[in-house]
Design a protein around this ligand. Structure first.
Ligand code: ATP
Ligand code: RIB
Length: 306
């Protein structure tokens, strides 16, 4: 294995309150008979835990409250060996919470109370500059303020880091933000919102990817759920099918995918190997309930066979 670089994840941390139901409720409907569980979540934290469990050298920059939820998240990061030197605390604001319903087809509906996540400022990132300096790969999502995302991307780009943006949940992005990203990893709906092209398959994914490449993104990976994922850059285009598994909960499939991908990028893997690894890790995760609770270990991914 090549020498691996450090991976800095900048993003949100939530506690997920999950109810498993027969179907997702429609407005005004009450569904009885669900199962309840709590799970550590938040796109940033899920991705950091995925990186750590899959063998990456990880630091996490985020903001939590001083409540029990934040404390428990922090304890878990430390358990996984994630560097939390720059995990900030806000005494006035609660830690992030997500209310999630998962139905019998593994589909979900999520409402997030961002809390302290939305208090992570560019000034906090300025204060975390040594973590940016030490990183080789920087992974960011969109559950923190956009000006903070823009600050990280700009600082990472200026310092010649591989900046990876998982543009979730979907939001419009500035041209400056897109220009110079090492990699963007939208799913179908995010790709459509950002490019105006409806993405449903490999052909439409390639059309959307061309728009990102024209805007100065170096590499584009579009994830297509149970269909798989595809990579486009100026030299190659690849489609790697997903592994066929029985999904019970797809929450955090994209997070596990992004964490896994960055682990292999930091290990200087070829794109094809990195994507197969990410597809495997995400496939295992959808067979398990919960967000961070569903992240497989490196050994599980390496031994994964259908
Ligand atoms: P989510 O929002 O559910 O976390 P996402 O919408 O960001 O995920 P997807 O495109 O749904 O991302 O999934 C990411 C990757 O996870 C896919 O490219 C695929 O490799 C894997 N995956 C997702 N769903 C399934 C499934 N049902 N079976 C196997 N693999 C899956
Ligand atoms: O991507 C899944 C995550 O989205 C959940 O863990 C939830 O907390 C929301 O942030």
């Amino acid at each position: 294995m090549n020498k691996k670089g450090k991976i800095l994840v900048v993003g949100s941390s939530n506690t997920d309150l999950v109810i498993q139901t027969d179907h997702l409720p429609v407005p005004g409907e009450t569904i009885l008979g669900g199962n309840f569980f709590m799970s550590h979540g938040g796109k940033g934290a899920n991705q950091a835990v995925a990186v750590a469990k899959l063998g990456g050298d990880t630091a996490f920059v985020g903001k939590i409250g001083t409540d029990l939820f934040g404390k428990q998240s922090c304890e878990l990061f430390n358990k996984y060996g994630i560097d939390t030197t720059y995990l900030y605390k806000d005494e006035q604001t609660p830690s992030g919470v997500a209310l999630i319903t998962v139905d019998k087809n593994a589909e979900n509906c999520i409402a997030v109370a961002s809390g302290a996540n939305m208090k992570l400022t560019p000034a906090d990132l300025k204060h975390s500059m040594s973590a940016i300096d030490e990183a080789e790969v920087i992974l960011v999502q969109l559950e923190i303020p956009m000006d903070t995302v823009e600050y990280v991307v700009k600082a990472g780009k200026e310092k010649h880091k591989k900046v990876v943006l998982n543009p979730a949940p979907a939001q419009k992005l500035s041209e400056e933000l897109l220009n110079g990203l090492y990699l963007i990893t939208p799913n179908e709906t995010e790709a459509e919102l950002l490019t105006g092209r409806k993405v449903t398959d490999v052909v439409s994914a390639e059309e959307a990817a061309q728009i990102f490449l024209e805007k100065g993104v170096e590499n584009v990976i579009i994830t297509l759920g149970s269909k798989g994922s595809c990579l486009y850059n100026k030299k190659e285009s690849l489609f790697i099918p997903a592994f066929k598994v029985k999904a019970v909960d797809t929450t955090a499939a994209g997070d596990v995918y992004n964490g896994a991908l960055c682990v292999r990028i930091a290990e200087k893997a070829e794109w094809k190997d990195a994507i197969v690894f990410a597809n495997k890790a995400a496939a295992i995760s959808v067979t398990r309930a919960g967000a961070q609770a569903s992240v497989p270990t490196r050994k599980e991914v390496e031994e994964f066979k259908l």
